[in-house]
Design a protein around this ligand. Structure first.
Ligand SMILES: NC(=O)c1ccc[n+]([C@@H]2O[C@H](COP(=O)([O-])OP(=O)(O)OC[C@H]3O[C@@H](n4cnc5c(N)ncnc54)[C@H](O)[C@@H]3O)[C@@H](O)[C@H]2O)c1
Length: 332
């Protein structure tokens, strides 16, 4: 990709393929950032659900002060189509379809038949190694993971992941561009299953299952502990800064005795297996680790949306370089 720096969103047309939960919030983020977005609906249902979902995100974003322009004005940057041919002018394409290798393979074939050989092709996969996905493409060197967190238009998380065959210099350009999307992005130069975040999160999920299945805690106990411990500091700092803040030697002492007792199981726990066998999807169908009435399930979804706008405001007050900024301010 030949580009002049600094990059301007309006110069970069972006394609989004797959308009489910994440495709819609990612499209919202890109539109709010000023990109022209060509959104492709791989299944007919997306053609009817995508615009109302994106409009809803934009309306709420306007109410919360995330955008100055009206939702109608922002939506003018969007083209919605079932025709992959529309992707031809895109410099960047994001695949956001189901976590299924065969579906992604078929989608890449259609995208690559249309886009320029130097356009970036990316996947929002949660955990399929990028080296595996890029082996399905004709030009693996321009293929990267672009991993977002729901709701993508409010969260500051973004991972850009290289596979074995990715061109790291191109990933650096993509990383630079992603700073224009109100993110604190991370460039993962070396591919690993689960990338950074899901490795950390799944280590925690595994220990949660271990505590519950072995009778040390209930699901509620685990949730309460996480909300009131990690939940209290994690928007400000990560685990390493947290250890610095609270005294490194104590962690050193605890690790010696505690690490050998932590779960290192490699199978899927029965607790989650049973829910999935029964068709449970969580609040989406009111059956998960907790049982919900339909009203409760809907209210949990709404409450999470409300919370994501609130925590965004707090997070913006505490960027990664918060202390550096304070020193600069005091120095003046
Ligand atoms: N949900 C999350 O919080 C989250 C977080 C990070 C990454 N992801 C990843 O993002 C991707 C999409 O997840 P989602 O939560 O938006 O899923 P979703 O179920 O809401 O949407 C799936 C979309 O996939 C597409 N699709 C479905 N069947 C298809 C087919 N046969 N052929 C082509 N496309 C088809 C459609 O556009 C559909 O709307 C997945 O790879 C997922 O692992 C999800």
């Amino acid at each position: 990709m030949i580009m002049t720096t600094p990059l301007q969103p309006k110069e970069v047309t972006v394609g989004v393929v797959g308009l489910g939960l994440m495709g819609c919030s990612i499209t919202t983020c890109l539109l709010m950032s000023g990109h022209r977005v060509i959104a492709i609906a791989p299944i007919p249902a997306d053609m009817t659900t995508a615009i109302p979902r994106i409009t809803h995100h934009l309306q709420r974003s306007k109410e919360e002060g995330l955008i100055d322009r009206s939702p109608e004005e922002v939506l003018k940057g969007l083209t919605l189509s079932e025709d992959y041919g529309q992707l031809a002018p895109c410099a960047l394409v994001l695949e956001c379809t189901l976590e299924n290798l065969e579906i992604k393979r078929a989608v890449y074939e259609k995208i690559e038949a249309v886009i320029r050989p130097d356009a970036w092709l990316t996947s929002n996969t949660s955990a399929i190694p990028i080296s595996i996905l890029q082996s399905l493409t004709k030009h693996p060197e321009r293929f990267f993971g672009l991993h977002w967190m729901e709701p993508s238009h409010t969260t500051r998380f973004l991972e850009i992941i290289c596979g074995e065959k990715s061109d790291v210099a191109e990933a650096e350009k993509l990383y630079e561009l992603s700073h224009l999307w109100s993110k604190e992005p991370t460039l993962v130069r070396k591919d690993i299953r689960g990338f950074i975040t899901n490795r950390l999160m799944y280590a925690m999920y595994r220990e949660g299952f271990n505590l519950v299945e072995n009778g040390y805690a209930t699901v509620e106990d685990v949730d309460r502990a996480c909300r009131n411990v990690a939940g209290y500091w994690m928007t400000l700092v990560g685990p390493f800064r947290w250890m610095d803040l609270t005294g490194v030697p104590a962690y050193h002492t605890v690790m010696k005795d505690l690490f050998p007792t932590l779960s290192n199981r490699t199978d899927v726990p029965e607790l989650i297996d049973k829910i999935v066998r029964e068709g449970g999807r969580g609040v989406a169908n009111a059956h998960g680790f907790y049982e919900y009435t339909e009203e409760e399930a809907k209210l949990w979804e709404e409450t999470y949306t409300e919370f994501s706008y609130e925590i965004r405001k707090l997070a913006l007050k505490y960027p990664a370089d918060v202390v550096k900024k304070k020193i600069e301010k005091h120095g003046k």
